[in-house]
Design a protein around this ligand. Structure first.
Ligand code: FAD
Length: 404
């Protein structure tokens, strides 16, 4: 079907903002929140292709963990002492800011701690090896022996665990919606940005029915970033994660969220007794390198097997829901933040590598700083895309190790 000149002119509405955020996930909505918090007079718009939280941010397990997707000992080896410590502090800031800035009842905030449980003896050794370093970094952690770990979770088979007193959980979709509401931004859902015209100064963003002008733009599109900025295609790739939810159990066995097998599995129990579990991707890597929104019998069977083995009391519970979501994985497991090449008024953040709830709220503050003109806000160096400059292609070896 064609569109006449007259129909087009009527359809395309114009809007103008100081800052436009593209992507209504945890990162985009956190950015809008902090822009408003810092400068209430700023005109901010959010352009979201589908609905708020339609991507990974509304499909995840809601674990707000500190550190990266992997254990601290591995972070030390991969990033070095200073960076590992600062990454921990950054995610701790996310947790603390969520606790102090927002009304937790709006998104079922609970911070009773989290347990990183070891699926093997080797993993237990690795967790134990990271313990003194974590303590030096100021992390509130306690090592639990196998009996204690299993007793706390109504589980059997774990080889020990690291209890982090500041671990937390949220309802991720409600958190995203709450942030968007608090930001007082104009929210345009069902508005996929199809292309961006860079002007000097400012930008014009085109959706099928709208032309939106902005002084600056923050691109928080998760794994879809390269569709608008092809130059970022080496920084992120889509990876699928799958989850399931059981019928309610009579008793609460799992009092804190569990992250085990190097993050390969994650479990939490809701107040109504339902168990949410996800992961298993590490046993099906090739099949899960996709952005297709679909569950597969193989991964779902892996998650069920894990649940029934480590939490035998879940065996009689029927599975009520199964779903998937697409994450953006970076080449080295750390988020990637930068300015669009040749267009400093364009800022992007992607590659949260299965850990965006741990980074998101604090990252929104960093992105707001950048959008307000701060050239090098604190912590930017941890995530700067420039770390990949002068490398022919970012090494993928580390990313292969990543979990979720
Ligand atoms: C099953 C699953 C479980 C997970 N569990 C956890 C967990 O427990 N803890 C944790 O920390 N992390 C978890 N994660 C990872 C976490 O969900 C992500 O890291 C995080 O949500 C990324 O947020 P984002 O805002 O960068 O991206 P997204 O949530 O993907 O948001 C990007 C948004 O951009 C929109 N968009 C895309 N293209 C366009 C366009 N052209 N125009 C306009 N809008 C566009 C999309 O519709 C989407 O809403 C999990 C992920 C999955 C899938």
């Amino acid at each position: 079907m064609t569109t006449s000149f007259w129909q087009q002119a009527h359809r395309k509405q114009e809007a103008a903002y100081d800052v436009v955020v593209v992507g209504g996930g945890i990162v985009g909505c956190s950015t809008a929140y902090w822009l408003h918090r810092r400068q209430p007079s700023l005109r901010v718009g959010i352009l979201e292709a589908r609905t708020l939280g339609a991507g990974a941010s509304g499909r995840n397990a809601g674990l707000v963990l500190q550190g990266t997707h992997t254990d601290y000992r591995s972070d030390l080896d991969r990033y070095g002492k200073q960076a590992a410590r600062r990454l921990w502090a950054f995610t701790r800031d996310t947790r603390d800011l969520l606790a102090t800035e927002l009304r937790g009842t709006a998104f079922d905030w609970r911070s009773d701690g989290s347990l990183t449980a070891a699926g093997t003896g080797d993993e237990a050794e690795r967790l134990r090896a990271g313990l003194p370093h974590l303590r030096t970094a100021g992390a509130p952690v306690v090592y639990l022996d196998p009996d204690e770990t299993n007793a706390r979770l109504g589980a059997s088979g774990f080889h020990g665990g690291l209890f982090v007193t500041t671990g937390a959980v949220v309802n991720p979709l409600q958190l995203v919606r709450h942030l968007a509401a608090q930001s007082e931004a104009d929210i345009h859902t069902q508005h996929p940005v199809e292309h961006i015209r860079w002007h000097d100064p400012g930008v014009v963003l085109h959706t099928p029915s709208r032309r939106v002008r902005a002084g600056r733009v923050v691109l928080a599109l998760g794994p879809s970033l390269p569709s608008l900025v092809p130059a970022t295609s080496a920084y992120v790739r889509p990876v699928r994660a799958q989850m399931l939810a059981t019928a309610p159990a009579d008793t609460t066995h799992i009092s804190v969220p569990v992250y085990s097998h190097h993050g390969g599995f994650y479990v939490r129990q809701l107040e109504d007794g339902r168990v949410l579990a996800g992961g298993g991707r590490h046993q099906h890597r090739d099949a899960e390198e996709t952005s297709a929104d679909a569950t597969t019998p193989a991964v779902q069977a892996t998650i069920e097997r894990y649940l029934h083995t480590y939490f035998p009391w879940t065996q009689p519970l029927s599975i009520e829901q199964r779903w998937s979501g697409t994450m953006g994985f970076s080449p080295d497991g750390r988020p990637v933040v930068g300015r669009v090449p040749g267009h400093p008024e364009g800022i992007f953040a992607t590659g949260f590598t299965g850990h965006g709830m741990g980074y998101g709220f604090r990252m929104g503050r960093l992105l707001a700083d950048l959008a307000e003109g701060t050239q090098r806000p604190g912590a930017l160096d941890l995530f700067a895309a420039s770390r990949f400059e002068n490398t022919e292609r970012p090494s993928e070896s580390d990313a292969q190790q990543t979990a979720r």
